[in-house]
Design a protein around this ligand. Structure first.
Ligand code: PBG
Length: 332
């Protein structure tokens, strides 16, 4: 359908921009608390809230305070929280066994959140990097990140998370074939309702820097992740990855990072019409906060505008560290 527009002055675009009331009437997209998944960082200890220096306003919390944060998020109308563990260096090994320990930080957090805030959905991260002595998302053998042996570990990790009560499993590892292996294992274990939100189009991005600080993986990482994460130059490949993960049993898909990849978000939504999410990653968050702290931008306005952009690009929701701040503003 071709939009019709009369010639000036029959049409004056500014008529429908003249007041907040009229702008509200013609507004095409809305941002609500319902559109956000809140990523949080958990660490060991009790009663601890420790700032992440490269992400101003973001904390690493001990399990008890993660549960408290989830209660607050639930009250703010945020539908889901996503757990990322900062695993103590002494627990990082070559076999990554801590990843599927039923009592690891992530699994203890799931149980604590479920007990304290039963109405908020709990999402997890599936990848070996928080547990891996060399910081990679998969096992490393003779310098190669090996695929199939990594999948066996990811499946164990998935089942431990589902057993702990996770609602949404978030594989961020980018190994081939992991979605079908995980889906099959979940069905086999009776976890029919556990969802998979696949990081299907995840790029090898420099925007993840502050996150690796937050989970303590920066020092450990040797080399880069380019043999498993996608080349930022590619768009058609993202469509193939989305389609593949959907056919393997993903319920929802993600594009990551967010704002530099809005073209991919739009193509995914138009091409597949499935629940589509973007991850506004740590580097995007850090840029807004850093500029705001310097007085170079209005941080609150940029935060809201950046999130509206995801809605306009077709996303059903956004993983964002801004979630509670935005929800508070939207709640008035
Ligand atoms: C690791 C993982 C990363 C993020 C989420 N899961 C980093 C990476 O791939 O190196 C990044 C999130 C962010 O930057 O906010 N599997």
């Amino acid at each position: 359908m071709k939009p019709t527009i009369a010639p000036y002055p029959a049409a004056r675009a500014r008529r429908t921009r003249q007041s907040e009331a009229i702008r509200g009437l013609v507004r095409e997209n809305v941002l609500t608390a319902n559109d956000m998944i809140w990523p949080v960082f958990v660490r060991d200890g009790e009663g601890i809230e420790e700032p992440v220096p490269s992400m101003p306003g973001v904390m690493r919390r001990s399990v008890d305070l993660i549960a408290k944060a989830a209660v607050e998020a639930q009250a703010l109308g945020i539908p889901a929280i996503c757990i990322f563990p900062n695993t103590d260096a002494s627990l990082k090994t070559e076999d990554c066994a801590e990843a599927w320990n039923p009592d690891n930080l992530s699994n203890r957090s799931i149980r604590a959140i479920k007990a304290a805030a039963p109405d908020i959905a709990v999402m997890t991260d599936v990848a070996l990097d928080p547990y891996n002595i060399n910081g990679h998302d998969g096992y490393v053998e003779n310098g190669e990140i090996v695929n199939d042996r990594t999948i066996e570990a990811l499946v164990k990790m998935t089942l431990a998370q589902a057993d702990a009560g996770a609602d949404i499993i978030g594989p961020s590892d980018m190994m081939d074939g992991r979605i079908s292996a995980m889906r099959q294992a979940l069905e086999g274990a009776g976890h029919h309702n556990v969802m998979i939100l696949s990081y299907a189009a995840k790029y090898a991005s420099a925007f993840y820097g502050p996150f690796r600080d937050a989970v303590g993986a920066s020092g450990a990482l040797t080399g880069d992740k380019k043999t498993y994460q996608m080349d930022p130059a590619n768009g058609n490949e993202a469509m193939r990855m989305i389609e593949r993960d959907l056919t393997e049993g993903a319920d929802m898909v993600m594009v990551k990072p967010g704002m530099p990849y809005l073209d991919i978000c739009r193509r995914v939504k138009d091409g597949f019409g499935v629940p589509t999410y973007a991850y506004q990653v740590s580097g995007e968050y850090a840029m807004v906060q850093a500029a705001a702290q310097n007085g170079w931008i209005d941080g609150e306005k940029v935060m809201l505008e950046s999130l509206m952009a995801f809605k306009r690009a077709g996303c059903d929701g956004v993983l964002t560290y801004f979630a509670p701040a935005v929800a508070r503003i939207l709640q008035g």
